[in-house]
Design a protein around this ligand. Structure first.
Ligand code: PLP
Length: 381
């Protein structure tokens, strides 16, 4: 992935001038900074960025410039990246399973905030991490609600186990906290509310006053045409329900959005390689490229078709079967994609809201996946 030296006005200007043969991710630094400021001003606590959603240095640098001071990391690579770009940043190592080598690495890099969801991993931390001034957050899960994707399938203790772990954390001299991750692309504030109520019950059952409650990520980005996401009402629900549930024992709040911060700052332009026998659309990007996530949580339908001269195709919108470039039959976008009916070979299909889980899952399968990154002033076509 190379970053172009020139800043273009918008994707259309670049596409018309450069006629790229490979897919292109357009990045709007102003958008990521404006989104970060919305979180920093609206969220009633500390905003940390879940690095895994898009670890590009230009994203991290713009978040730092906008005032983000905390990062949720899941691996030594991510910890090193953040330490290099912001030596003073707060790093939360919130992957609940780590090898001993990874724990030792993070202790050396002065990581003082960890999460756990099991007795075995807590025992490792107690053995290897100095307790003094160090926080361990117990991660719990509820049955899913409101999420596009079930994160509880892999991580999170039951409420009973969480209370036991929390007590062990406090007894071992660590700063006790609780965390959860409601899923991803959650549009219903109730997804957070039910977790926060349960967190208060867990703390009460453990007889532990928690220092912080980390409400995870899961904040949505704009994926659906004509529906704009409302993070402010999620912030308000989190604030209100925390007050109601914890009362005098109200913990400080932390969130760790990934998608919510980076998602809307990128658009992808894929080129139409063929409209095979006037029917199926084949593009140069797909499930093995920047669109892996579509197979998990559905397509983004904020889509426009641009002809090679930079003009928008104006035909009626029609659902089309769309394939990616590889020879694997899995490489098809789920369902149908709403495209202008006059879409033709050589056109560009531009998907908005593509910043999260796109660069990271892009593969070189079949020799495709040469994804360029171009900086633009605005993502409007
Ligand atoms: C992936 C992840 C996040 C970020 O999720 P988004 O849906 O991108 O906001 C936050 N916290 C944890 C623990 C995660 O695993």
């Amino acid at each position: 992935m190379g970053l172009s030296k020139t800043i273009w006005t918008n994707p259309t200007e670049y596409l018309r001038n450069q006629q790229p043969e490979n897919p292109v991710l357009f990045f709007a630094p102003q958008t990521v900074q404006a989104t970060a400021r919305r979180f920093l001003q609206g969220f009633p606590g500390l905003v940390t960025y879940a690095v895994k959603s898009n670890p590009s240095e230009e994203v991290v640098e713009n978040l730092i410039a906008a005032g983000v001071k905390g990062f949720d990391c899941a691996s030594p690579f991510e910890i090193d990246l953040i330490r290099r770009l912001d030596p003073d940043a707060a790093i939360h190592y919130h992957n609940p399973v780590r090898s001993r080598a990874e724990i030792a690495f993070a202790v050396e890099r002065k990581v003082i905030s960890w999460s756990v969801d099991s007795r075995s991993e807590l025992a490792k931390l107690i053995e290897m991490v100095p307790a003094e001034g160090c926080e361990i957050s117990v991660r719990f899960k509820l049955p899913v609600s409101g999420a596009a994707y079930n994160f509880g399938a892999k991580f999170g203790a039951t409420a009973e186990l969480a209370a036991e772990l929390l007590k062990t954390v406090a007894d071992a001299g660590f700063v006790p906290s609780i965390t959860f991750h409601p899923g991803t692309q959650c549009t219903d504030p109730e997804a957070w509310a039910s977790y926060i109520r349960e967190a208060a019950v867990i703390a009460r059952n453990a007889g532990v006053k928690i220092a912080r409650l980390n409400v995870g990520g899961g904040f949505p980005n704009n994926r659906v045409d004509g529906v704009s996401v409302d993070v402010q009402s999620i912030f308000e629900t989190i604030d209100r329900v925390t007050g109601e549930s914890f009362g005098a024992n109200r913990p400080a709040l932390v969130c760790e959005p990934g998608r919510g911060l980076c998602g809307d700052a990128f658009a992808v332009a894929a080129r139409v390689k063929s409209v095979r026998d006037d029917e199926h659309v084949f593009m140069n990007d797909g499930i093995y490229g920047s669109m892996f996530e579509f197979s998990q949580i559905g397509i983004i339908n904020r889509v426009e078709v641009i002809d090679p001269n930079g003009h928008r195709r104006m035909g009626d919108v029609q659902g089309r079967v769309v394939f990616g470039p590889t020879c694997d039959s899995v490489d098809r976008l789920p369902g149908e994609v709403p495209l202008a009916s006059d879409v033709q070979e050589g056109d560009f299909v531009v998907f908005q809201g593509m910043g999260a889980y796109s660069t990271v899952t892009n593969s070189r399968f079949n020799g495709f996946g040469e994804l360029g990154v171009v900086t633009v002033l605005s993502l409007k076509l």
